[in-house]
Design a protein around this ligand. Structure first.
Ligand code: DX5
Ligand code: ZN
Length: 229
């Protein structure tokens, strides 16, 4: 496995209290979060709706955190510019949602944001290998996209291992879905460096404490991983 970038925990707001978003964001920011993961769902690419451009704009108004924007939408090329205008710092599209991934990567690069590509659980790692030089991040879905609070599908971590063997430390491997204090170490051991966590942080009442616990667990797993055999 190549050396991986420093570990980041990216809180997903999907399970946050949407009536108190500024407070929820402030809590994880005070606990040391650097990224926020924004789950955008259109009811077509996934069987659920979440929030759109105006909410991203409001989030951008209340924080300087990196807005890691995960587009679970059927037409990412059409809507990406509006999300960038609203404040997205990184845009991740699904490889299953475009026939022209190279063109979309170039479009996002021209918009000045970090470029990510996501894989559904049934999509093999090979589907993105030829566009790896065009992206900053590969997101490996470890649940079927659409809903928070599901259990991590361990089989998906084999793709993380495959990607970690090929991707340099300048590119991130993100896992998204079912990350908690028990599964985070397993994901890190597989080679993930960027862990999205939603319900593990926002369903227990103390997002700051949950964030700190998760950081510690992930960091401990990284130390084990780096120890010479
Ligand atoms: C699922 C989303 C995830 C999800 C994470 O479609 O992409 O970001 O909200 O939530 P948890 O951590 O609860 O699985
Ligand atoms: Zn997500």
């Amino acid at each position: 496995m190549n050396t991986r970038p420093p570990i980041l925990i990216a809180p997903s707001l999907l399970n946050a209290d949407f009536g108190q978003l500024a407070r929820e964001i402030a809590a994880v920011e005070a606990a040391g979060a650097e990224w926020l993961h924004l789950d955008i769902m259109d009811g077509h690419f996934v069987p659920n709706l979440s929030f759109g451009v105006p909410v991203v704009s409001c989030i951008d108004e209340c924080t300087d955190l990196f807005l890691d924007t995960h587009l679970m939408i059927a037409d990412p090329a059409k809507f990406a510019p509006a999300f960038v205008e609203a404040g997205a710092d990184g845009i991740t599209f699904h490889i299953e949602a475009t026939r022209e991934p190279r063109e979309l990567c170039r479009q996002l690069r021209d918009l000045g944001v970090q470029v990510g590509v996501a894989l559904n659980p049934s999509t093999p790692a090979e589907a993105v290998l030829d566009i790896l030089p065009l992206v900053d991040l590969v997101l490996v879905m470890t649940v079927w996209p659409g809903f928070g609070g599901q259990s991590l599908i361990a089989d998906c971590l084999k793709k993380v291992e495959t990607l970690a063997a090929q991707m340099p430390a300048t590119q991130r491997i993100q896992v998204d879905g079912g990350v908690n204090i028990d599964t985070a170490p397993v994901a890190v051991a597989a080679g993930a460096d960027t862990l999205v966590a939603g319900s593990a942080l926002f369903s227990g009442g103390d997002p700051a404490a949950a964030f700190s616990d998760l950081v510690q667990r992930a960091a401990a797993a990284r130390v084990l991983q780096e120890r010479p055999a």
